[in-house]
Design a protein around this ligand. Sequence first.
Ligand SMILES: C[S@@+](CC[C@H](N)C(=O)[O-])C[C@H]1O[C@@H](n2cnc3c(N)ncnc32)[C@H](O)[C@@H]1O
Ligand code: SF4
Length: 384
Amino acid sequence: MNKVVFCQASTDLIRPDNPCLDYYRQMYPKNDGYHMGEHFMEVPTWIAVISGMLPDEHYEKSLHVITDVQETIKYFHEQDEMTIVMFSVLEVNKRIVQEVIKDIPQAVMCGGYVHPDEVSDYAIWCDEVTDLIKYLPHVQVDAPPNYNLFKGWMKSIPRITLSEGCLHNCAFCTISRELHEYTYDQVYAQAMSFQGLEFELVYVNDKTYGQANNNLWLNSLFSVIREYNPAFQGFIVQTTVPMASMMLEAWIDMEVIRYIEVGVEVVDTEYLKRMRKPYNLKQLDKLMNKIRRYDIGFIPNIIFGLPDHDYKSTLHWLWWNADQISFINPYVLCQYEESKGQMFEGGGVNDTNENVVDKSWLSAEDINRTDYAMKQAFYMTGGE
Ligand SMILES: C[S@@+](CC[C@H](N)C(=O)[O-])C[C@H]1O[C@@H](n2cnc3c(N)ncnc32)[C@H](O)[C@@H]1O
Ligand code: SF4
């Protein structure tokens, strides 16, 4: 039997003192169906995907949560050296992964969203999960995800993907502009793979829900999931302001969408243009007037960390619409090599770190204003 350990760093270790995490911890319990796990904000989908590709009859699989790097290194020194240890490496956890992998005796495999050089001295790098087939036996690339490692101990919001990509071109965004739709069999298999997990909501991973032709499958997927999980309430979708505005009535009629997340980002015409956001403030007003009429959760994404900006118009908008807002998704602007456009001169060490406000394009005054605006936004939308 081959042994694989999936390693995931606890959110508290990745984001120590991050005010957004505190805010989410306050807001999730106030919103029906949302659950914040002890270690993760959501079930790590990459583990379920790879776990599905490694058949149970050939692989003994386990999960290790990193809460303390030295404890983790000690743990692996006590484990079978023939075990394979896997990580998903992101900008925000790469230092933790680097520290662990240089000191453990097992073979390490990594994938994720950093440059492979960040870990390649100590690990095999996979560009895609399907690369596993090059290194491991019995890999089934088309198998559905397997959530067994998360069943029975954590409440969650699993993710379902109907399509990948987004047709828009926002400057900060890294999502491919090619829209790829999944087949019904692929989506159905994902819906069935959640069976046994404890959840009330499912997050639709499509980047702009409504663009793909298969978006109406949510109707039948709702019935599929409800059949085995009577506690299931419905879906959370993310989309753009104009798409939400255009489709809202139709989505309300479907009766399976409980929350809508939209990229409001900043309520400022000039910055929306610089971001190449595909909406204007009139469309946002129209959407809010519609949202007001229906019983549906509304979650605007807000991007902080813009220079020479006081966020007054955004804070005013949040304050004015607070009764319609379930909570906000706060982001700090990051600029990646793969971003579709460059908004500012970059190159700072923190420019790709979503947990750090101190970006190369922000002055000391901008950073103070960002901290203040974030606190105000949290407070206006129900945080402390
Ligand atoms: C994938 S988008 C989905 C929303 C929808 N497509 C829209 O743009 O209206 C999710 C959110 O991630 C945030 N985001 C994406 N890239 C970012 C970046 N480079 N820096 C900060 N926030 C980012 C934005 O707030 C964006 O609305
Ligand atoms: S931010 Fe949203 S709308 Fe803009 S390109 Fe990315 S996914 Fe598409």
